[in-house]
Design a protein around this ligand. Structure first.
Ligand SMILES: [Zn+2]
Length: 302
């Protein structure tokens, strides 16, 4: 179902005033208002993505808007998992987005930014693009979009890291698969990995990484070159960070309401039990205090 936001836009009939466009749009006339609203935003976000990778110049691309999710697979001629909202074909510099899957305006914008980073990365060239692990593509797209893909489907990364139940990044070397929980873990790990690198090695880490990998270095060699640490060490450090007290406290705050509920589940029966025991002790005490009185009364009766 299309959101009220898009229906509202449709009734406005906004005009477009674009200068030089890098991105061409194709869509069914019924999706005109969506395209019109996001054209300028897409140009700005694409320029931002290119700048993040240290690319300047003209890098044309195309966006196709489709309605339902089923049209997505048809358009890119791929069998896609049901939870996909968009797909980028780097070789054709083409992004396809389902307005039904990304119906909310903020979801659409996040999805657009995510795919625009994939489009920008396509300028790596086919050989490099194919050599870069899929999880790194996704980690870079997610940190640029500022949101973890499938976050609502993942369990707590921190808790699972704490009990050593998280998969390795190498499991997502060639893709994320169709199983949502496994994919959600991969997206969350990729996001944690790339955002950690950006935080630890400013400025412009993604631009420097893009440049050295474009020269033919593997990810491991590029990380050694830029940070003096290998891929394995970075992954180990990331997992240790996820298991840290800080991460645990953050995860606890994120689940504050759940935590309160769990605490009440544990503490309320305990309080009831404690009250019962206190009452039983008091009753015993009363009984023992009453006994001499009974004895007294029996003596009196004699
Ligand atoms: Zn992606």
């Amino acid at each position: 179902m299309r959101s009220l936001f898009f229906l509202f836009l449709g009734s406005l009939g906004l005009g477009s005033s674009l200068g030089a466009q890098q991105i061409q749009w194709k869509y069914d006339p019924s999706l005109h208002s969506v395209a019109e609203h996001f054209q300028t935003i897409a140009e700005e976000d694409y320029a931002d993505a290119l700048q993040t990778l240290g690319l300047t110049g003209s890098f044309p691309g195309e966006i196709i808007l489709v309605g339902g999710r089923e049209k997505l697979g048809e358009t890119v001629q791929r069998k896609l998992p049901s939870w996909y909202a968009a797909y980028t074909l780097p070789g054709r510099r083409l992004i396809c987005i389902s307005t039904e899957a990304a119906a909310d305006a903020s979801v659409f914008r996040t999805t657009l930014r995510h795919e625009l980073m994939h489009l920008a990365m396509a300028n790596w060239g086919e050989a490099t693009f194919a050599r870069v692990p899929r999880w790194l593509h996704e980690g870079m797209a997610q940190t640029f979009a500022g949101e973890v893909w499938l976050q609502d489907r993942s369990g707590s990364l921190v808790w699972r890291a704490l009990f050593d139940q998280l998969p390795g990044l190498h499991e997502y070397q060639d893709g994320f698969g169709a199983e949502p929980l496994h994919a959600a873990d991969g997206y969350a790990l990729a996001f944690a990995f790339v955002s950690r690198l950006q935080r630890e090695y400013p400025p412009n880490f993604l631009a420097r990484l893009y440049a050295v990998m474009g020269e033919g270095l593997s990810l491991d060699a590029a990380l050694l070159h830029l940070t003096d640490l290998s891929l394995v060490t970075h992954e180990k450090n990331m997992r240790e960070e996820l298991q840290s007290l800080h991460a645990i406290l953050q995860a606890l705050l994120g689940h504050f309401v759940t935590l309160l509920f769990l605490l009440s589940l544990i503490t309320v029966p305990w309080i009831i039990l404690r009250r019962r025991r206190r009452r039983a002790t008091l009753e015993e005490k009363w009984e023992s205090e009453e006994e001499p009185l009974e004895g007294q009364s029996s003596l009196e009766s004699l």
